[in-house]
Design a protein around this ligand. Structure first.
Ligand code: BTN
Length: 236
């Protein structure tokens, strides 16, 4: 298990920021940072990530040969972990994990390149585990493991299972590349068959999602493929 060196904090601004700092100082692949709460947790596009006590806020340092598919690999690890806790979850491209349409977790990969090659990637994972309430702006969009199951979950136990799942998937990813993870996530894609609006810097495109491509892009009926988006929302 490469994820054996765990740095634990009662409070951090962001586990991703701390893990990036450690990685810059040479921390080994597999270094893990966990905080009980984050004062400045962040998600994609610099959005704030609400991180009270009760959730799992964790980042891991990786030194992979490439970055393609890493976010999806981590999302797959979260889905598999939730399955072990008897919760069926799906992946909402590009980096959300959802249960019955509500967001239960998010993944944020931040990387540092040295020239053309990857020096390190920090994969941050936030899981709403035991929260029972959310701030007003996300109340109708978010859920937690506890709200879904009706039971408090052992946070440390959840973390252990997630690290185990990540370990297995990451070894496979390193050995064979991202294709298998991407294929597995494509089977778990919440958006497939849905009419969506994909908001990009160039504008918004509406269409029905055909699925994920072999390289992890979001493909619409008609063949248009997106590798990044500001936001993807359901369209009616
Ligand atoms: C997203 O939904 O945009 C991704 C959210 C990622 C949140 C996690 S919580 C642990 C780690 N530290 C952060 O500041 N962000 C990630």
């Amino acid at each position: 298990m490469i994820f054996s060196q765990v740095h634990r904090f009662a409070e951090l601004d962001s586990t991703n920021r701390k893990a990036l700092e450690l990685a810059n100082q040479g921390a080994a692949e597999g270094t893990v940072v966990v905080a009980r709460t984050q004062t400045s947790g962040h998600g994609r596009k610099g959005r704030a990530w609400h991180s009270p006590v009760g959730g799992l806020w964790m980042s891991v340092v990786l030194r992979p040969p490439q970055v393609e598919g890493l976010t999806l690999m981590a999302s797959l690890a979260v889905v598999r972990t939730l399955a072990k806790f008897k919760v069926g979850a799906l992946v909402r491209w590009p980096n959300d994990i959802s249960v019955k349409g509500l967001k239960v977790a998010g993944v944020l990969a931040e990387s540092r390149l040295l020239g053309q090659s990857v020096d390190h990637v920090v994969v941050g994972i936030g899981v709403n585990v035991n929260q029972t309430e959310f701030p007003e702006d996300i109340r109708d969009l978010a859920t937690s493991l506890r709200l879904v199951t009706g039971r408090e979950c052992d946070l440390h136990g959840f973390e252990q299972v997630l690290l185990h799942e990540l370990d297995g998937l990451y070894h496979h990813y390193r050995a064979t590349g991202p294709a298998d993870c991407i294929r597995a996530v494509a089977e778990l894609s919440e958006l497939t068959g849905q009419r969506v609006a994909v908001e990009t810097e160039e504008g918004t495109v509406e269409g029905v999602v055909r699925g994920l491509t072999a390289t992890g892009g979001l493909e619409l009926e008609g063949g248009q493929v997106f590798y990044t988006a500001e936001r993807v929302r359901r369209a009616t």
